[in-house]
Design a protein around this ligand. Structure first.
Ligand code: SF4
Ligand code: SF4
Length: 298
């Protein structure tokens, strides 16, 4: 295999069992690089308990800050900011942190020297080794917004390490939802495995996720977790996916051992190798492997 095959495990929302699935794949993959791109709430490391050998701070950008004591309210900065990141609220000029791109123009033009550009370096990337191989993960600083950039950086490092190690796979525990970090996780990936639950909201979230992934022409397959809690919804989801020509690679029964395994810092395959969830996940992993060698089968 020329380049590592990149599998991203996603879910339309948090709490569907996505991380347990990612950890399970990690334990079965052999020769994989593992990443956690759920940078808002990374928790794969709680199961894989890696040892960090290096960390780096990720500079997520810069933002303008107005010193209101120096500002004489001339309005020039607001007039010239092309990102519309400066607002006048109650006669005070303030920066909209979410809109500011840190370009520095306002600082240049302010006649009073009232604006500073502050660098943000609150995001961390951790390089580590766990019992299943190298693992890279990140953590977004409080109130940081550049999760997409952080995810892109984690994936870039994962690819470099995978190429250096001649790894066959990159397995990513992706972020929940359909926002910027999800887009950043999917772009250029080889396969998305979407984990859902048999509820109406789960189905709606899954549909939105599938629509998003479709835009990137990435193949997607679905795992229905706790499928036996609502057989009607499971059947409905399966039938609808069939119409969309999307494969359900597996259905995991509800089993409290999934939670117990997580609490013990183990994958379900380690915790209860003979249990139904482990057996189903092994089957799913074998299906995925067969797809990698015969891409037309999914
Ligand atoms: S740094 Fe650039 S984007 Fe931010 S407020 Fe100033 S002019 Fe606007
Ligand atoms: S350009 Fe400077 S002085 Fe004028 S409104 Fe903006 S911050 Fe205040």
């Amino acid at each position: 295999m020329e380049k590592p095959f990149e599998i991203v495990i996603l879910s339309g929302k948090g709490g569907t069992g996505k991380t347990s699935v990612a950890a399970s794949f990690a334990s079965m993959a052999e020769n994989a690089v593992l990443t956690d791109c759920d940078v808002d709430a990374a928790d794969l490391h709680l199961i894989l308990t890696p040892e960090i050998y290096r960390s780096e701070t990720f500079d997520s950008g810069a933002k303008a800050v107005i010193n209101t004591e120096k500002c004489t309210s001339c309005g020039l900065c607001m007039e010239l900011c092309r990102f519309k990141a400066i607002e006048l609220i109650n006669d005070v000029y303030i920066i909209d942190e979410y809109a500011c791109e840190g370009c520095g123009l306002c600082k240049e033009v302010c006649p009073e020297g009232a604006i500073d550009i502050t660098k943000y370096e609150h995001n961390n990337i951790y390089f580590s080794d766990c019992r299943f191989g190298p693992m890279i993960y990140g953590r977004l600083g409080i109130a940081e917004e550049n999760s997409g950039k952080l995810v892109a950086k984690i994936r870039k490092y994962a690819k470099e390490i995978a190429q250096k190690n001649n790894a066959a796979y990159i397995i990513t525990d992706g972020p929940p939802g359909i926002g910027c970090p999800v887009i950043s996780s999917v772009t250029g990936a080889d396969m998305v495995v979407a984990v859902t639950e048999p509820t109406l909201s789960g189905w709606h979230d899954l549909q939105r996720l599938i629509e998003l992934v479709d835009r990137f022409h990435t193949s997607v397959s679905v795992i229905i977790n706790k499928f036996d809690l609502n057989q009607y919804m499971t059947d409905m989801i399966e039938n609808n996916l069939k119409e969309k020509a999307i494969k359900v690679t597996g259905k995991i029964p509800y089993d409290e051992t999934m939670l117990h395994a997580q609490l013990e810092g183990k994958t379900i395959n380690e915790f209860d190798p003979q249990g139904l969830p482990s057996k189903e996940l092994s089957k799913i992993w074998n299906t995925i492997k067969s797809v990698i060698y015969e891409p037309k089968s999914i």
